[in-house]
Design a protein around this ligand. Structure first.
Ligand code: ADP
Ligand code: ADP
Length: 224
């Protein structure tokens, strides 16, 4: 079935680069949902589903969940009504196989629109991830030092409890960075070759990165 043109953004960047933070801020502005495969796996884990159970062993180690399950999950998610205009992809695709599958999924609606890549150093990634705290109920993301909630341990948005993700430990982060360079970084060349890649310096304040992203999406010059 052929569909009209939709907007699909793919956010690239090492774990901790700020993909989730930026995607959440962009949602209302663009009127597009953030699709975080990590969040969907965590939701399944929390609800003890078969998918959650399968994903757990991979997530705990920081390895990728198998492609077939992940791709099927994204296909299902894209069928939902809120994706009628497209989506902001956060954490998917994560390897070339997934990127090709995503191209096929979106081919009828114009394919991937733009791939902003947020860059930070590995040291910064480690600082960001080990200080990350996430709301148990709404998934809002904080940092104990760089983006703290008003009240320690409590979500500003809904009062939910903030927790440290199981996989946000230094050992797992090291493996996630390794997995990123080995499996995800080939996407940089892939999207560059398709003329879709735009690099954004992620070593700046959350608001500055957001402003640059919006300028980029509006088709204007990059803010430096
Ligand atoms: P990702 O989705 O790429 O893994 P997150 O959006 O979860 O990254 O951000 C990782 C951590 O870094 C979080 O604790 C978040 O609050 C913090 N963070 C995000 N962007 C910035 C920034 N520009 N400067 C400082 N800290 C940031
Ligand atoms: P981060 O951006 O902070 O690295 P995510 O929340 O995106 O973390 O992902 C957490 C974990 O969920 C990954 O380490 C991996 O095990 C699994 N995961 C998320 N997205 C994918 C994907 N596209 N393919 C395979 N596994 C994934």
């Amino acid at each position: 079935m052929s569909q009209g043109k939709r907007t699909f953004l793919v956010l690239l960047g090492v774990p901790g680069a700020g993909k989730g933070t930026q995607a959440r801020l962009l949602e209302s502005d663009l009127g597009l949902p953030q699709i975080s495969t990590g969040d969907i796996f965590r939701y399944n884990l929390k609800n003890d589903t078969e998918l959650g159970l399968l994903a757990k062993s991979y997530m705990d180690k920081g390895d990728l969940v198998p492609d077939d399950v992940t791709i099927r999950m994204v296909e299902d998610r894209l069928q939902r009504e809120d994706c009628a205009g497209g989506a902001i992809m956060d954490g998917f695709p994560r390897n070339l196989f997934q990127a090709r599958a995503f191209d096929a999924m979106t081919a009828d609606s114009g394919g991937v629109s733009l791939v902003p890549m947020i860059t930070i150093s590995d040291e910064e990634a480690m600082r960001r991830i080990t200080g990350r705290r996430v709301c148990r109920s709404c998934g809002e993301v904080y940092h104990v030092e760089f983006n703290p909630p008003k009240q320690e341990g409590i979500c500003d948005k809904d009062g939910g409890e903030l927790y440290l993700r199981n996989d946000d430990t230094p050992e797992t982060v090291r493996n996630r960075l390794y997995v990123y360079y080995k499996q995800t970084s080939p996407l940089v060349g892939y999207y560059f070759a398709h003329d879709l890649l735009f690099e954004i310096d992620g070593n700046r304040a959350i608001e500055t990165v957001q402003t640059e992203l919006k300028t980029l999406l509006a088709g204007g010059e990059k803010v430096t």
